[in-house]
Design a protein around this ligand. Structure first.
Ligand SMILES: Nc1ncnc2c1ncn2[C@@H]1O[C@H](COP(=O)(O)OP(=O)(O)OP(=O)(O)O)[C@@H](O)[C@H]1O
Ligand SMILES: [Mg+2]
Length: 385
């Protein structure tokens, strides 16, 4: 897939910005705070129905405006063009998503259809942050390639909320009644059946995903650094296990933790407690690695994500690289750009062109877009600024 064009109205600091894109590389250039990242965020609305940040609609609508409206044209791998539109009405607090003339009712049905791989400064939490940050990364990759996983996750989260509500209430009363027991039982059953499927899918995902990470790493780093990604489920699991076997283990673990759950008022067993471990040359990344190594590892994960999704989605993903060069030395930056630009359509934001001196040959398929004060301007105007 390629993104052919986009029009942003009342979106962040873009009041009315029209952009035409090239099929290979689009470099968004401009000083800090001018609206480069905002363009990528608008593209994520087009492809995923939402922001790649945690940002909600009321934050991204231009301050004081009543609506935002993002339109875009996608060129699918088979050559069809598709118009996408995302409109948000502030008064109604309602976001609507259209493919051509057809309004999409269920946003989750769009996930994985128009895949994008995003690398933004927020992503540093994947390697630096908490287990929850790593689970989020894993869930996002699996979700883009498996509709069943999305459904299981949505149902699991709902189950977890309901189950926690009952447990919290029991903890508050300092009493667990027969009535609580009866209302908890179906949620416990759902936790076990959905949870086991999620755990198994994650175990299978990591088996498939790890070779992609090793290959990706080798393509951007020329020295000998061996990355490793490992799934560390709370409930023991191997990719060849049966769902029934995992369910049984979950059931046993829940029974063991039963009194603790009532005491703490929260669900203590399940895939929401899983961890993902990253290491470099056998050492835990979080504890031992430098900033540049973290960043390189993250890029390795993202390139792995690209290949993983490319083979599983119907469309080739598009790369959105936000501020990717900070913390990378010139050699790694140059190598990264020349590697990625051969894979897919790429959008790169940066404040400085210097990194492209050796890496890019500007031709008909590549362009610089200058962004200043919420508008796309000509190179000449940008130079005057
Ligand atoms: N809802 C909003 N309404 C109006 N302006 C907004 C809104 N949200 C953000 N902005 C403005 O957008 C600008 C930031 O844009 P953006 O994050 O895209 O900058 P950038 O070009 O990526 O900068 P940097 O190089 O620092 O990353 C800021 O000036 C901010 O005030
Ligand atoms: Mg930015």
């Amino acid at each position: 897939m390629k993104i052919v064009s986009a029009q942003l109205r009342n979106f962040r600091n873009h009041t009315d910005t029209e952009l035409e894109f090239k099929t290979a590389t689009n470099v968004l250039l401009g000083e800090n705070g001018q609206g480069k990242t905002n363009v990528l965020e608008a593209l994520s609305y087009l492809c995923l129905t939402k922001s790649f940040y945690a940002a909600n609609d009321s934050t991204v609508i231009q301050q004081g405006k009543e609506f935002f409206d993002i339109r875009g044209t996608l060129l699918l791998d088979l050559g069809t063009e598709l118009d996408i539109r995302v409109v948000y009405d502030a008064a109604l607090k309602q976001r609507r998503y259209f493919i051509g003339q057809r309004e999409v009712e269920t946003f989750s049905s769009v996930i994985g259809k128009y895949p994008i791989v995003i690398l933004s400064p927020e992503n540093s939490s994947i390697t630096f942050g908490t287990p929850a940050d790593r689970r989020k990364f894993m869930d996002l990759v699996i979700s883009q390639s498996s509709k069943i996983y999305i459904d299981d996750m949505l149902e699991y989260r709902r189950t977890l909320r309901q189950r926690n509500k009952i447990l919290a209430e029991a903890a508050r009363k300092k009493m667990f009644t027969g009535g609580d027991e009866i209302s908890l039982a179906p949620w416990t059953e759902s936790l076990i059946t959905r949870g086991a499927k999620i755990i198994l899918k994650r175990a299978q995902f990591f088996k498939e995903f790890s070779p992609y990470v090793s290959n990706a790493y080798a393509s951007i780093v020329d020295i000998n650094e061996t990355p490793m990604v490992e799934y560390e489920p709370q409930i023991e699991c191997s990719p060849d296990d049966s769902v029934a076997a995992i369910e049984e283990r979950c059931r046993c673990a829940l029974e063991q933790k039963r009194s603790d759950e009532i005491k703490t008022g929260t669900t203590l067993v399940g895939p929401h407690r899983d961890e993902v471990a990253f290491s470099l040359n056998g050492l835990r990344l979080r504890t031992f690695s430098s900033q540049g190594q973290h960043k390189t590892f993250l890029i390795g994960l993202k390139i792995a994500e690209f290949f993983y999704l490319k083979e599983r989605c119907t469309e080739t993903p598009v790369f959105l690289l936000d501020d990717v060069f900070s913390e990378l030395d010139e050699r790694r930056s140059t190598r990264l750009v020349s590697f990625i630009e051969n894979l897919a359509q790429t959008f790169i934001t940066t404040t400085t062109e210097s990194v492209f001196h050796n890496a890019l040959v500007w031709n008909g398929e590549k362009q610089k877009i200058f962004i200043r004060n919420g508008s796309a301007v000509s190179a000449k105007e940008a130079a005057i600024a």
